[in-house]
Unconditional design. Structure first.
Length: 130
């Protein structure tokens, strides 16, 4: 279950980032996960709850945005989303395509942090208007 090591790495990175905001609390972590990243979301969510327990991230939500596979077709000259991960053929012309433009991501997209005064921040430090 490599989701455990993924969750542990995310906890480490987010904890390090959150340390710059003394007294702040992490509310949510948002990930971008490509269809080819071989991550099982349910397992990742379970591992997140285990790895955040007893840390400053305890209780923080983990939101996963699934990214489909997008290929570039040299024959058509377009980027297109493929229907599944078993076929890397252009959905427009049917030609095989090996140029992947999206689908392998495993990235922290953003971190939502609540300052002690109650104002929410995103990882860039901008205040979230609620």
């Amino acid at each position: 279950m490599h989701e455990l090591s993924i969750a542990a790495s995310i906890v480490e990175a987010v904890t390090e980032t959150a340390a710059a905001y003394a007294g702040a609390r992490v509310i949510a972590v948002r990930l971008r996960v490509g269809a080819l990243a071989a991550v099982v979301e349910d397992s990742l969510q379970f591992c997140w709850s285990v790895t955040t327990e007893g840390t400053p991230l305890a209780g923080a939500a983990l939101a996963v945005r699934k990214m489909p596979v997008v290929i570039h077709c040299a024959a058509c000259g377009v980027d297109a989303e493929v229907g599944g991960v078993q076929s890397f053929r252009c959905p427009l012309c049917g030609q095989p395509a090996a140029d992947l433009r999206q689908g392998r991501e495993l990235e922290i997209e953003s971190i939502e942090i609540e300052e002690p005064e109650g104002e929410a921040l995103v990882a860039s430090g901008e205040k979230d208007r609620r």
